[in-house]
Structure formats: structure tokens, C-alpha cells
Design a protein around this ligand. Structure first.
Ligand code: ATP
Ligand code: MG
Ligand code: MG
Length: 554
């Protein structure tokens, strides 16, 4: 339990409990449609619903809202389960709306028999034309007064596959002049001759979302059904549908709405993310640039960092865009605590220590994580020829440059104090080698007076002969605009950042030889990097999870 104040959903539940709703009857659900991989927006809904489960010690269902066989697949079901578990949550029951197809059908028959539903045989264009506008009432369908018997026969024939797609729909008979357009005889069923990933070809009519969702909540005894704001207008319909079936003494689910979460410089919509995958803008749903849970995981994000992010932004009643730098802050904060420190040089220049004995190798002790006392020490090889970063050396620089310059001194992390004496340049003027001398008495941790001497800069380095080459994947924002899908006149695809991936070869200390896929490290002074799943025993590949500080746009 955190010390944060209650969110408005918790206030609603507390009030229900205070008004006599039995705590034992609380039940929640997270209801994804398996038509894509979960994204960071879903993490808010997952943490909200499962968080309520933990807070009230109540069960939470994982409900697959699988009523559209045209878009849903088992692959997505599997990915969603994996992601929810990885985030650290346990569901009570795994449920599928498709398991309720028979019950929903039976209830539809009941509606027809009560003269509350009818088969409409108009084209979808004509149905749309009769909808009216928010200020003008709609028009009744010419089929609205079909007899109950005719409706029953037609609906059964729809189910039996006697018709083509689009020939008929089943509509609820509510009110074509309702001020809420959604109440104007909404569609309950449409014909779809498509196999479903679970019910196969058992059905060729499929229930619509609104008809399915509340009734599924009711079947599962869900007490509080939390959805995003775009469903606020649907609440009246949700309640109307429940009124047709709820029996006394059963839990009547309550729909409440919270704001969808958006993240800057990316997209949180499965449909649009699918476009990125299908058009090969990214390599797949789990591309490390994707805002999907699987992409973030592959990139090196931890469940803790994502949960902490979601907790920090909280639950809101109004939509806004959260800056992605907050998400990056959260992962940086967690990785700072847990990631072992190692040395890697990404843009190498050779550094020769002229007074260091030829052929000698020293194994220097290096602290694994100053933030974690239990992390221990490892050794790193030191020798006459090292690599340091190109931009850690300048021939001349002002007093604010605390790195290496000619005539200046720095400490090599875990090693010695060195002084730059000369450098060699190629024809283009690029520095190809730096010649230094070292102070043999200045070794870190040796306790000598020289080892305690303060110099302004400390550089990371690797021993050239021992370092392992590694492919390093550097990521930038996937979109160049903060809100790529917020423009009417432009498509979000127009804002794809052509430079979102840069691949370089770097050199890492040899202790990384045994690192496993997924292991996360801090490359000192550079950022957090994890072993990418494309890595092989012969080829190290790293993803940059995030830099050490927020330098974007600077
Ligand atoms: P998408 O447009 O990405 O498909 P969706 O809302 O259609 O989103 P669902 O699979 O229906 O996706 O989502 C499951 C649950 O997660 C729903 O309750 C939905 O309201 C919630 N959810 C989806 N996106 C967000 C978001 N960006 N922020 C908060 N909750 C979200
Ligand atoms: Mg949905
Ligand atoms: Mg959707």
C-alpha cells in the first residue's frame, strides 16, 4: 500500500462500501480485445484494475473481449497474458466473451420475444441515414414493426447462415429520438462469415461490443466495470442492456470512466501500431522503439519502472499527453538501483600509455554497483593500449572541460591518473591516437598519497586487446512530433522519425562475455543498455534502454 491519496475510482468504491455494498462482492476485470499487443496506455488500465484487486482483496478477471473474428488472433491472446503476468499481476479467472455467445444469443431471443429487438433488412447506408443528428431525431426503420414471429424466424435464419454479410442486422428497439444517439436502436448482431479463433465456424452472427460488454460483466459478477472516457455516452446503453437481464440478488455491474493515457512522441492505439508493423516501419510488435509492453520489455524497461510510471501519472478524469521523458525518468531511477556498472566505449580512440610496461596486464578491482552493497566487485584488465571515447579528448580546451586535454590529467576509472602528452592525427585532422604517461603510484584503492590525489575528471575506458566488440543499437523517438496522431490534415505516418535507429560497433569490457539476453547494465557515463534478443554467443548485441540523463533536443 502506497501513501498516495485515493483516486476518484477508489472514492466511488469506498462510497459504495459505505452505502452497504458487500466487500465480498467486489470484483474487477481487465478486458482487452485480442486484436494487437498491449501498449503503455493499457498498463494504466491493468494497474488500475489489478491495483483495485490488491487494495480491496478482490478478484480480478482477465477478460478477452473477442467478438470480432476479423481482427482477433490467438497470438494476441498469448502476448496479452504474458504481458499482464510480466507486469506482476495475477488474474483470478481467464474469461472470454466468446464463451458467452450462446447466453447472449438466448438473451437476444428474449428481447425479440419481449418486442425489444427486431431484424432490420436495410443496407448499412440507409441505417446510417436514419440515425439523425445530435439535434435532430432519427427515423424509424421500415422494418421496425415486424412481428415477433417474423423476427424470431429471421434471426434464427441469420444464425443458421442463410444470409450473406450485410443482408440483415438485429437491432434493439429503444428510441430513435433519444438525445443520446447511441440509444437510437443500436445494433446487437451482425452477420460475419468468418472463423473465430476460439469458436471456429460455430457462429456466423457476432454480437456487438455494447451488447456484449455489460452482459459479460454481469455473467462474471463484476461489480465495477472501469473503462475509458469515450464510453461515457455508452453508459446509458450499458444500463439499458443490463436492465433487460439483471435478476434481483445478483450483482449489478457499474460502469465508470477514467481518462485514456497518451504518451508523447508515440502512438497508443493498437490499430495504428499494427500499421507500423505491417508497413515495416518497425521490425515487429516488440521492436524496442514500440510503446508496447513487449517493446519496452525488450528495450530494457522493468515492470517496476512501468508500474511506478503509471502510479506517478495516476488516474485522471480528463485526457492529456504525458511526456515520454517521465517514463524515461522512471526507468532510469529503477535501473540506477539495480543495474551493474560496466565500462564500454562507443566511439573509440586509441590511448597509449608510453611508460606502461609492454605486454603487461593488470586486473583491476571494480565496484559493480555503488547503489547496492551486495553487488560486489569484479576485475577489469588494464594494459598499455586502451580505448577511450573520442569526445573525452581535446587537444586544447577551456577550464570547464574536465576531460582529457594535452598537458592535462584525468583518472581512468578504477585505474590510474594519466597525463596526455601528445596525439597523432590522420590527413583529415582526425585524432587517431593519444599518447599519455601514467603515475604508477596513483592506482585507485591502493591507499597511497598519489591514489588519493584529486583530479577533476574521471574517464571510462577499455583495454584494447581485451575489449569485446559489440553491436550497439541506439534508439531515438519513433516520431518527430509530440502528438503525431493529433492533426486532422496530416497522417501520423508523416511524422515517423527516419533516424529512430542507429547501429554502431562499440567495445565493452570482457566481463560481459557471459551476459545473457535481457541482462541490463549501466555503461558508465553513457546510459543503460541491455542484451538484445538478437544477440548470439558469437555476437554481442545491446539496446540502449535510456541515456543517463535527459539530453533529448539539447
Ligand atoms: P486501442 O485503441 O489501442 O485498441 P482499446 O481501448 O480499443 O485501445 P482494449 O483492448 O479494448 O483497447 O483495451 C482494454 C482496456 O484498456 C480497456 O478498458 C481500455 O479502456 C483500456 N485502455 C486502452 N487504451 C488505454 C489508454 N491509452 N489509457 C488507459 N486505458 C486504456
Ligand atoms: Mg476496446
Ligand atoms: Mg480498439
Amino acid at each position: 500500500e502506497t501513501s498516495r491519496s485515493l483516486n476518484f475510482i477508489e472514492h466511488i468504491i469506498d462510497e459504495d462500501l459505505a452505502n452497504g455494498f458487500s466487500k465480498e462482492k467486489l470484483r474487477f476485470r481487465f478486458p482487452p480485445e485480442p486484436n494487437g499487443y498491449l501498449h503503455i496506455g493499457h498498463a494504466s488500465s491493468i494497474c488500475l484494475n489489478f491495483g483495485l484487486g490488491l487494495r480491496y482483496d478482490a478478484p480480478v478477471n482477465l477478460r478477452f473481449d473477442d467478438t470480432n473474428p476479423a481482427k482477433e488472433e490467438q497470438e494476441y491472446v498469448d502476448a496479452i497474458k504474458k504481458d499482464v503476468e510480466w507486469l506482476g499481476f495475477e488474474w483470478d479467472t481467464e474469461c472470454y466473451a466468446s464463451d458467452y455467445f450462446q447466453q447472449l444469443y438466448d438473451w437476444a431471443i428474449k428481447l425479440i420475444k419481449e418486442n425489444k429487438a427486431y431484424v432490420d433488412s436495410q443496407s448499412s447506408e440507409d441505417v446510417a441515414k436514419q440515425k439523425g443528428t445530435p439535434t435532430e431525431p432519427g427515423t424509424n426503420s421500415p422494418f421496425r414493426e415486424r412481428s415477433i414471429d417474423e423476427n424470431l424466424n429471421l434471426f434464427k435464419a441469420m444464425k443458421d447462415g442463410d444470409f450473406k454479410e450485410g443482408q440483415h442486422v438485429l437491432r434493439a428497439k429503444i428510441d430513435m429520438s433519444s438525445s443520446n444517439m447511441l440509444m437510437r436502436d443500436p445494433i446487437l448482431y451482425r452477420i460475419l462469415h468468418k472463423a473465430h479463433h476460439r469458436t471456429n465456424t460455430d457462429w456466423c452472427i457476432y454480437p456487438m461490443y455494447d451488447w456484449t460488454h455489460g452482459e459479460s460483466d454481469y455473467i462474471e459478477n463484476v461489480s465495477h466495470s472501469l473503462c475509458t472516457l469515450e464510453f461515457a455516452m455508452h453508459r446509458e446503453l450499458y444500463d439499458w442492456f443490463l436492465n433487460q437481464v439483471v435478476e434481483p440478488n445478483n450483482v449489478r455491474p457499474k460502469q465508470r470512466e477514467f481518462a485514456r493515457r497518451n504518451l508523447s512522441h508515440t502512438i497508443v492505439s493498437k490499430r495504428k501500431l499494427l500499421q507500423l508493423v505491417e508497413q515495416n516501419v518497425v521490425t515487429g510488435w516488440d521492436d524496442p522503439r514500440m510503446p508496447t509492453i513487449s517493446g519496452l520489455r525488450r528495450r530494457g524497461y522493468t515492470p517496476e519502472s512501468i508500474r511506478n510510471f503509471v502510479d506517478t501519472i495516476g488516474i485522471a478524469k480528463r485526457e492529456n499527453v504525458v511526456d515520454v521523458s517521465l517514463l524515461e525518468f522512471c526507468v532510469r531511477e529503477h535501473l540506477n538501483k539495480i543495474a551493474p556498472r560496466v565500462m564500454a566505449v562507443l566511439d573509440p580512440v586509441k590511448l597509449i600509455i608510453t611508460n606502461y610496461p609492454e605486454g603487461e596486464v593488470e586486473w583491476l578491482e571494480a565496484e559493480n554497483n555503488p547503489e547496492d552493497d551486495s553487488a560486489g566487485y569484479r576485475t577489469v584488465p588494464f594494459s598499455k593500449e586502451l580505448y577511450i571515447e573520442q569526445d573525452d579528448f581535446k587537444e586544447e580546451a577551456n577550464r570547464k572541460f574536465f576531460r582529457l586535454k594535452l598537458g592535462g590529467e584525468v583518472r581512468l576509472k578504477n585505474g590510474y591518473i594519466i597525463k596526455a602528452e601528445r596525439c597523432t592525427k590522420d590527413a583529415a585532422g582526425t585524432i587517431t591516437e593519444i599518447q599519455c604517461t601514467y603515475d604508477p603510484k596513483s592506482k585507485s584503492g591502493s591507499g597511497t598519497e598519489e591514489s588519493l590525489r584529486k583530479v577533476k575528471g574521471t574517464l571510462h575506458w577499455v583495454s584494447a586487446a581485451h575489449a569485446l566488440p559489440a553491436e550497439i543499437r541506439l534508439y531515438d523517438r519513433l516520431f518527430t512530433d509530440a502528438t503525431p496522431d493529433a492533426y486532422k490534415e496530416k497522417d501520423f505516418m508523416d511524422f515517423v522519425n527516419p533516424n529512430s535507429l542507429e547501429i554502431i560497433t562499440g567495445y565493452v569490457e570482457p566481463s560481459l562475455k557471459e551476459a545473457q539476453i535481457g541482462d541490463i547494465f549501466q555503461f558508465q557515463r553513457l546510459g543503460y543498455f541491455n542484451i538484445e534478443k538478437d544477440a548470439t554467443p558469437e555476437r554481442l548485441v545491446f539496446n540502449r534502454t535510456v541515456g543517463l540523463r535527459d539530453t533529448w533536443g539539447k
